[in-house]
Design a protein around this ligand. Structure first.
Ligand code: MEV
Length: 445
């Protein structure tokens, strides 16, 4: 290993032993000994589990602990679920649980899978008349299906595989740019590795096929593959979750106003998120609070889910709300339609011991069932957020949940915490009010 003069740049780091990496990192911090202890404190006591965690990623020196909680009382299509959620934000699980409990009284969440197709592309540059590419498409397609057969065999046995192949002309947008767009059904897996393996194979076929094909001449024989990669935009891997009740049944949610007024305000809040991008972003963030938490708990790729969801929210040219509401003939209906490319096999789902437990807690669902659970949780969190926003605001609940964080930050003892929890049941929580409370407790004079 070599480091530069100020010790911040390093080469050969990835080849160092874990303990050397840890020591090197600790040396970057002012209290190296304390830092070393903190980082080591989060090592898993079981060596085999720590090894597993180390190997998920590169340059692992410790684990970053985030709370793993559950939201009970979810009824989805008549089936009860206890939903595992991994999240650090204090009010998210409470919001999901409250919404789940409320809707369990009114039939729970109804969900449906709209579609399950994913896609990927071989992006390439080619100079020639597009009709010539179109003409060879059937031949190329056959070659692709043959060449990818060993990769797709297992997936086909499970009912999935390649479902469509198409060559597309994008030369109007970028000189010589074309792509082979491939659609996939990946059944219970998220399918990223499967899709990317197929695409790389397809790219290599394309590289061989075009130069040797008799219908091409001159520069048409040249093809430059730029890249082969799945698309995380999966608008055809879509699920819908909804809840519905009589407007009069919303009465318990707002003690200060009539249910009609509550419903009206709620609807306006959704309409605002539909027209105002600034609000839509926060509105959708509330949906992803729930979605990401379940995605992480079940070992799914929440970055892919988020990226896709936000693109989907902009599909009509303007970023807007992912959820929608209607109030008709005294019936309140709230729903969320969202693409969710997730899996229950492959990736971390079986490797991470807690992801495995999460799936077990959900009754070992297939991908379609998990999509429906995740969408229901997203809708629950969104409903919970709007309910608070249009009534008492989010800060009361939020700060109540945040109280323990503030107490820990102020190094309150267990007795002080108990007294604070009691006191703040009836008082407004803020950093200052909690700090003042502790000062009074510590210096009664
Ligand atoms: C906070 O994490 C999420 C909310 O801001 C969502 C929303 O405003 O709808 C409460």
């Amino acid at each position: 290993m070599t480091t530069n003069t100020n010790g911040k740049l390093v080469s050969g780091f990835s080849k160092m032993s874990k303990i050397d990496k840890l020591n090197w990192v600790a040396q970057q911090l002012t209290d190296s000994e304390g830092a070393l202890e903190d980082l080591k404190d989060f090592w898993h006591p079981k060596e085999e589990i720590q090894k597993l965690l180390d190997e998920f990623s590169e340059n692992t020196i410790s684990n970053f602990a985030v709370p793993f909680g559950v939201a009970p009382n979810f009824i989805i299509n008549g089936k009860p679920y206890v939903v595992p959620m991994v999240i650090e934000e204090s009010s998210v699980i409470a919001a999901a649980s409250n919404a789940a409990k409320f809707w369990s009284k009114y039939g729970g969440f109804k969900t449906e899978i709209i579609s399950t197709i994913k896609s990927g592309n071989v992006h390439f540059m080619w100079d020639g008349p597009f009709e010539k590419l179109q003409a060879i498409q059937p031949e190329l397609e056959e070659l692709i299906l043959d060449a990818t057969a060993p990769i797709t065999a297992n997936m086909r046995a499970r009912g999935g595989g390649i479902t469509a192949i198409e060559i597309l002309d994008h030369t109007q947008e970028l000189k010589n740019y074309h792509k082979i767009r491939v659609e996939f059904e990946t059944v219970d897996s998220m399918g990223a590795n499967f899709i990317n393996s197929c695409l790389e194979e397809i790219a290599s076929i394309l590289r061989d096929f075009i130069p040797q094909h008799p219908s091409f001449e001159g520069k048409e024989k040249e093809v430059k593959v730029i890249m082969s990669i799945l698309s995380n935009y999966t608008p055809d891997c879509l699920v819908k979750a909804s809840v519905s009740c009589q407007v009069s049944e919303l009465a318990e949610l707002d003690k200060d106003h009539s249910p009609e007024e509550f419903a009206w305000k709620f609807e306006q809040a959704v309409r605002i998120a539909q027209v105002d991008t600034y609000r839509a972003t926060t509105h959708n963030k509330g949906i992803f609070n729930g979605i990401d938490a379940v995605a992480i708990a079940t070992g799914n790729d929440f970055r892919a889910i988020e990226a896709c969801g936000h693109t989907f929210a902009s599909r009509n040219g303007k970023y807007t709300s992912l959820s929608d509401v209607s109030i008709e003939n005294g019936v309140f209906t709230y729903w969320l339609t969202i693409p969710l490319a997730i899996g229950t096999v492959g990736g971390l789902t079986a490797l991470h011991p807690l992801a495995k437990r999460s799936l077990e807690l959900l009754g070992n669902p297939g991908a379609k069932e998990l999509m429906q659970i995740v969408a229901a949780v997203g809708l629950a969190n969104n409903f919970g957020a709007l309910k608070s926003l249009v009534t008492k605001g989010i800060q009361i609940g939020h700060m109540k949940m945040h109280l323990m964080n503030i107490l820990n930050q102020l190094e309150a003892s267990e007795t002080e915490k108990a007294e604070a929890v009691h006191y703040f049941t009836h008082h407004k929580v803020s950093f200052n009010s909690v700090s003042q409370f502790l000062q009074n407790l510590r210096n009664p004079s």
